[in-house]
Ligand binder design. Structure first.
Ligand SMILES: [Zn+2]
Length: 134
């Protein structure tokens, strides 16, 4: 099942995850521009490397890919290597929780946006962020 040693595998996975996220990240970036939302920074060295952070208001924003982060609405189990993917999903969900807790302990507000929400209801996403940064 494991085709890579643990270290190598997580490296590969994080790269895949990173790439998968770029499109949704850019989509949110475009929405910020359209809605004249300023004050954000990308990829600050915080726990979990949030996609966006508003340092002044201490707000972090994560755009979670529905597959990688195990979205309850969209996730569908791959047909092959199920054990591997099930574990991967569990690990990712657990890590997301851990990161959220860690950031909150450090006084950051954490906003997590599903990829599908950004696609289907961008206005709702933007207003969530707006409310957090006023
Ligand atoms: Zn979803």
């Amino acid at each position: 099942m494991d085709i890579w040693p643990k270290s190598k595998r997580s490296e590969v996975m994080s790269r895949v995850r990173g790439r998968g996220n770029v499109v949704t990240e850019l989509k949110l970036l475009a929405l910020f521009r359209q809605n004249k939302i300023t004050g954000w920074r990308r990829h600050l060295p915080l726990p979990g490397r949030p996609d966006f952070a508003f340092p002044k208001q201490k707000v972090t924003v994560f755009v979670d890919g529905c597959f990688w982060h195990g979205c309850p609405k969209c996730y569908s189990r791959p047909k092959t290597n199920r054990k591997f993917w099930d574990r991967k999903r569990e690990e990712n969900v657990a890590r997301d929780k851990r990161v959220t807790r860690q950031l909150r302990r450090q006084g950051w507000k954490v906003i997590r946006i599903w990829q599908h929400a950004l696609r289907k209801s961008p206005r709702v996403c933007i207003s969530r962020i707006r409310r957090a940064i006023v």
